[in-house]
Design a protein around this ligand. Structure first.
Ligand SMILES: [Zn+2]
Length: 479
């Protein structure tokens, strides 16, 4: 019996418009007082009429074109009817039988993942539930905030072409990087401007199995973990002779499990019908070609440029293109400093860690570019060694202080003078008789220990190459 995971994704992406999809309320709801950016249209009050936001349409088309989709020339909006407290109209304006675009693809690690459709729709509001420590602590009710109602989204639906949790994660990473490069969405998963649901089934000897849908995966890691959990769960059910039930399941990130949320809805549950307040939408060839002509550099173009012009490897360009802000920062560094290989290395190994430790954002780190330049120069001239360079770079960012100042005020210049290092080496040899004996009896490992001790007594400032040379000479003299 051959069991294979079959995964399809549905991704909602908030479009970067200033105003909502069908009214002129602003879209920046994060951190706003609840229910302060609403109007009769997005609250669905009687007599109000929606008007399509043209900028949202352009952004949606840009995303669809970058995803290699066919744009449908005549499209329309539908009402998707359902009751939920965060949906004041009791329907969502979405697209149903004729989406904006169909039949695209995105390439992940050389494999084409087909895109079934890209359509536009409006977002719903948000419920604020009581929590143990936060808002509404101890309350016996929930509150509703309609600020998000009517915020423009695109939904991107893939074919079930994804065959592992890692591939699903890589797909969402690439899609996020793409919408960021396009200026279509900020792709922020924590704030919910990029949300991912997944459909999973297991094919048995090539025959499709029953699907479950997973919701509430709020990070790349959650996507990978939730899918791995669900694949295992399906396989266990199948191997024990049971049947997978078609349903929607909720990913609980803290417990690391999925739980049953509700039976899966079918399209007819939503009683879709054409939105009578909006005319059908005709997309002109001029509009499409105008958008095609103004496409920015896309992640895969960027990666190719870095490989061709800078000689970077596959993994490096993958990391650097994982978000637009990181790629922009790298390009700015290379413009300022040159040395793309070294710069790439320092960003990936040092800067990303420092940014994480200090809770900074990459886009706020442009001040550090001259620091990096100076650190690399100090290294090149042999003023400091590699170990010191790393510490100085971190301190320069933390204290916003020029690396050369830090080096001078702390006396961190590298010691390369053989005579000066000889004293330190001799002292270490005297204090570590056991290690010396063990080295002389043929245990090479002891050499690195002794070298480490010399670096320690010189407070990391010694030139390691010179220490190595002096240490070899002194040990030779003892043997
Ligand atoms: Zn409004």
């Amino acid at each position: 019996m051959e069991l294979k995971p079959v995964i399809g994704l549905e991704i909602h992406c908030q479009l970067l418009t200033k105003t909502k999809l069908f009214c002129s309320c602003p879209t920046d709801y994060v951190g706003r007082e609840p229910n302060t950016i609403v109007c009769p249209v997005c609250l669905g009050l009687p007599g109000s009429l929606p008007v399509l936001n043209k900028e949202a349409l352009k952004l949606a088309l840009r995303a669809a074109l970058a995803l290699n989709c066919t744009i449908l020339k005549k499209t329309r909006f539908h009402r998707k009817n359902y009751f939920y407290p965060d949906l004041p109209k009791a329907y969502q304006i979405s697209q149903y039988d004729i989406p904006l675009a169909v039949n695209g693809y995105l390439v992940i690690d050389g494999k084409r993942i087909r895109i079934r459709r890209v359509h536009m729709e409006e977002d719903a509001g948000k419920l604020v539930h009581p929590t143990k420590t936060g808002r509404l602590e101890g309350a016996e009710y929930s509150l509703v905030d309609f600020n998000r109602c009517g915020v423009p989204l695109i939904e991107i639906v893939t074919e079930p072409d994804i065959s592992s949790p890692e591939e699903a994660r890589n797909f969402v990473m690439e899609l996020r990087s793409l919408v960021q490069h396009l200026g279509v969405s900020d792709g922020n998963m924590e704030e919910g401007s990029l949300r991912c649901d997944a459909n999973i089934s297991i094919s048995v000897d090539g025959k499709f199995g029953t699907k479950t849908e997973i919701k509430n995966m709020n990070s790349f890691k959650a996507i990978e973990r939730a899918l791995a959990y669900e694949i295992n769960r399906h396989m266990e059910v199948i191997l024990s002779g049971g049947e997978v039930i078609q349903e929607t399941r909720h990913w609980d990130d803290s417990k690391g499990i999925t739980t049953s949320l509700r039976g899966k809805e079918e399209a007819h549950d939503y009683r879709y019908f054409p939105e009578p307040d909006l005319l059908p939408l005709f997309i002109s060839d001029e509009m499409v070609s105008e958008i095609s002509k103004t496409m920015p550099e896309l992640p895969w173009d960027r990666r190719n440029r870095w490989k061709m012009d800078f000689g970077l490897g596959d993994y490096e360009v993958f990391v650097l293109s994982s978000s637009k802000v990181l790629g922009d920062f790298f390009d700015a560094c290379v413009r300022e400093i040159g040395k793309p290989k070294e710069v790439s290395n320092w960003i990936q190994v040092e800067l990303l860690r420092i940014v994480d430790d200090l809770r900074l954002k990459i886009e706020d780190c442009y001040f550090a570019i001259p620091y990096l330049k100076e650190v690399l120069e100090l290294l090149e001239k042999g003023v400091i060694n590699n170990q010191v360079a790393k510490a100085v770079f971190e301190e320069s960012i933390r204290e916003r202080r020029a690396p050369i100042d830090i080096v001078k005020s702390k006396g961190l210049e590298q010691v390369s003078d053989e005579e000066a290092l000889k004293d330190a080496v001799k002292r270490v040899l005297e204090e570590n008789e056991d290690a010396v004996k063990s080295y002389l009896s043929g245990k090479d490992k002891a050499f690195n220990f002794l070298l480490g001790q010399v670096m320690k007594v010189t407070k990391g400032k010694a030139n390691p190459a010179v220490v190595r040379k002096v240490l070899e000479e002194e040990l030779k003299a003892l043997s």
